[in-house]
Write a protein that binds this ligand. Structure first.
Ligand code: 5BU
Length: 263
């Protein structure tokens, strides 16, 4: 049976990677395929929203380098929220350099991403070395990597042969590459499984004026066979009650998945 008609929990056995196994079990247990893209720039807002939205998400997606008052205490508090609400952390770092450089960017510097992010992502652009470099520091800690096979923005160059090459690269590193950023399920074979996460998801807007393009949770999960919806401003945009919006997206994402299981 293809993973598209399988339950999240049934797919755990398809992965050896710890982060992938934890994520799929968590989604099944918590009944949410919603990831919050928490793009705010102060520690206060970041922690406040994470605490309010925590109960409704499987994954908190960060851009840690946009915080103006980043410090180690933020990471300590983020880890506490991770345990309190039962979610994993995905640093959307989009690594794009040679293996030796990304290895340091992942583990050193101010952010030490590998120490707290269960999942991160990379552009396949530089070739296999980028995965090997990240894997050197991440795999033994149980971390997982997503490759950017597609992007949600208008005019993205990640299409066609590039997307196909990203799939081939993932296949060569199945222990560490757990899936893709893409707008749709990319592989429908019964005997291989990758987790697909889709950004560019919104219920109220179709674009943002800077190239972002939005699809609905139903279109992404039910029609396109993706696994996780990534939602940012749809949840914490101006005048929004974040907990109410998070529940709305959680319900939309989960209902689309249930619809997929029965069709
Ligand atoms: P939004 O507020 O829901 O538009 O935020 C989308 C988030 O997903 C934001 O953090 C982006 O950096 C991220 N993103 C994206 O929008 N499109 C992509 O193709 C990738 C990431 Br990869």
């Amino acid at each position: 049976m293809s993973s598209i008609s399988k339950k999240y929990g049934e797919r755990v056995e398809n992965f050896s990677n710890k982060a992938a196994r934890e994520l799929l079990s968590l989604i099944e247990r918590k009944k949410t395929n919603l990831s919050l893209a928490l793009d705010v720039t102060t520690k206060r807002e970041f922690l406040e929203i994470a605490d309010k939205v925590g109960p409704y998400i499987c994954l908190l997606k960060t851009h840690i380098d946009i915080l103006v008052d980043f410090d180690q205490d933020l990471i300590d508090q983020l880890k506490e929220l991770r345990a309190k609400h039962d979610f994993l952390i995905f640093e959307d770092r989009k690594f794009a350099d040679i293996g030796n450089t990304v290895k340091y960017q992942y583990s050193k510097g101010i952010y030490k991403i590998v120490e707290w992010a269960d999942i991160t992502n990379a552009h396949p652009l530089p070739g296999d070395g980028i995965v090997s470099g990240l894997k050197e520091v991440g795999l033994s800690l149980g971390r997982g990597l997503l490759l950017l096979a597609e992007m949600s923005s208008k005019g993205s160059l990640a299409t066609g042969a590039y997307t196909e090459a990203a799939i081939e690269m993932a296949r060569r590193h199945k222990d560490f590459v757990i899936g893709f950023i893409a707008g749709r399920k990319l592989i429908c074979n019964d005997d291989e499984d990758f987790i697909v996460m889709s950004p560019g998801v919104g219920l109220d807007a179709s674009k943002d004026g800077l190239g972002q393009q939005y699809k609905t949770p139903r279109s992404v999960i039910f029609e396109n066979g993706s696994d996780i919806i990534i939602v940012g401003r749809g949840i914490y945009g101006k005048d929004k009650d974040v907990a109410t919006e998070a529940q709305r997206y959680r319900d939309a994402g989960w209902n689309a998945y249930l619809e997929r299981l029965t069709n």
